[in-house]
Design a protein. Structure first.
Length: 125
């Protein structure tokens, strides 16, 4: 027993650009796809302009900057470690990873401090 089925409707060969509304819809769809699938195509990277609210005094010695950086990193390491003590599971692992990265930066700064040439005082005449 065969069931008579109607033939599918004929497909119209219509370009998406045939009417003004379909052209606008197509352009909007392209922009949406670019926004979600290729965001770099929409906007060029903005040049970073550092804030001048807080500035390091230009006459500070390199050794002093390194010492201050080392102390700041040591404090950040302790804070991250203490904070990790309040966490569990993956969040704790993340906090400990941050603490380890800070500690490694602190070690690098300490090495730089060891290599800084300390100016010798002028001999007394």
């Amino acid at each position: 027993m065969f069931k008579a089925t109607p033939n599918p409707p004929e497909a119209d060969d219509v370009s998406p650009y045939e009417s003004l509304d379909s052209k606008k819809l197509n352009e909007a769809a392209e922009r949406a796809l670019d926004h979600y699938l290729n965001p770099s195509a929409l906007k060029a990277p903005v040049a970073r302009k550092p804030s001048t609210m807080f500035m390091v005094a230009p006459d500070i010695k390199d050794e002093d900057l390194l010492a201050h950086t080392c102390e700041s990193l040591a404090q950040a390491s302790v804070m991250a470690s203490d904070f990790a003590g309040y966490l569990q599971g993956p969040h704790r692992h993340t906090a400990m990873a941050i603490q380890q990265i800070v500690m490694l930066a602190e070690l690098a700064v300490n090495r730089m401090l060891d290599n800084v040439a300390i100016p010798k005082p002028a001999p007394h005449s």
